[in-house]
Design a protein around this ligand. Structure first.
Ligand SMILES: [Ca+2]
Ligand SMILES: [Ca+2]
Length: 115
């Protein structure tokens, strides 16, 4: 039987945005938007609290969360992905986003916890 854990996504930290005037960020897991509740969260350099729980996440494969930028007049951009390797140890972790394009400016880090 596959073991699973509960994950808490604590905050999203932005060091550099993709767009000069800030990004309109939303996160997807398994093709579904998981954050924020609205269309997007406006991000500039700084932190945003997330406070979401993902339950029964299997630990036998990496958890991949996509970081998207909402665009009003063009297709939304996939800025990058968080790839989180899970185990059964409780604790806090930080994961840096792997950008979609290597020449991309955008830099995001997620703080999360295995409960
Ligand atoms: Ca964009
Ligand atoms: Ca945008």
């Amino acid at each position: 039987m596959t073991k699973s854990v509960t994950l808490k996504l604590i905050s999203l930290q932005c060091t550099f945005t993709d767009e000069i005037d800030g990004d309109e960020v939303f996160l997807k897991y398994l093709g579904k938007k998981i954050w924020p509740r609205g269309l997007y969260s406006s991000m500039k350099a700084g932190n945003k609290d997330m406070g979401i729980e993902l339950k029964k996440i299997p630990i036998d494969e990496p958890l991949i969360i996509e970081v998207w930028d909402y665009d009003f007049f063009s297709k939304n951009d996939l800025l990058g992905k968080f790839t989180m390797v899970l185990d059964e140890n409780h604790g806090s972790y930080q994961t840096m986003m792997i950008p979609t394009k290597t020449d991309d400016f955008a830099s995001y880090t997620m703080v999360w916890e295995i409960m």
